[in-house]
Design a protein around this ligand. Sequence first.
Ligand SMILES: [Fe+2]
Ligand SMILES: [Fe+2]
Length: 242
Amino acid sequence: MTTSIAGRSEAALGGPASIIVRQRREHARLHELVGRVRDTAGTEQDEVLTQLCRLVFPHAFAEEAVLFPAARRFLGEGEENSLEIEQEHQEINEVYSALERSRRGDEGREKLIERAIALLDHDVRDEEDDLLPRLRERLDDRQLRRLGVSWEIARRVSPTRAHPAVSRRPPGQTLSALPLTVLDRSRDNLDRLARSAPAPVAAGSRAVSRALGTVAGLVEHLPPFERGEHPSTHTPRTELES
Ligand SMILES: [Fe+2]
Ligand SMILES: [Fe+2]
């Protein structure tokens, strides 16, 4: 029986640089943003949903690249160590993609927001109450810190948006990181510019960001990026497959 990491001291979890403490810090921030999604509406809620997206996707992408492969390696109980969480990540990617395609007032948008929140809550509980405590039992503080640094580096260079078509596992997942990170982070800069620039510049920034979004949609469907994928996290890539 494992004990959740939720109430344990930082020292007991490997110190501030450990992957477990870093995870818990970001989960607290995520929880705070979810609360603000519930308390806001209109353009203010759109802004919070964007902030939540920029926090969640690099966090999850870095888990898929660093944390789950480590869990499979160190916990030695086969793929069950991470598969359920990867399936949750896949659904979060799909729900957020649908949310991005929807507009305020669209039928079903509220349900998508509630589903995204429920999945995020569940994902955090699976990690804090099961996966991370078992990792704590198996690894010493140094190993937890080393994993923490790798995860932090991966998080800072990960895509910032939902990409349901790519594999949730290396090597496809990690191969896709470079082009998708460049595209996503360029779009983030353009979107930021659009919020503060004069109207003509803002319109141009938005148009380029949308075009890069189309490119990202094509890139994530490239066959190398599905390598290593578990069949249960596969999203149909063409109309013919669906
Ligand atoms: Fe996490
Ligand atoms: Fe996660």
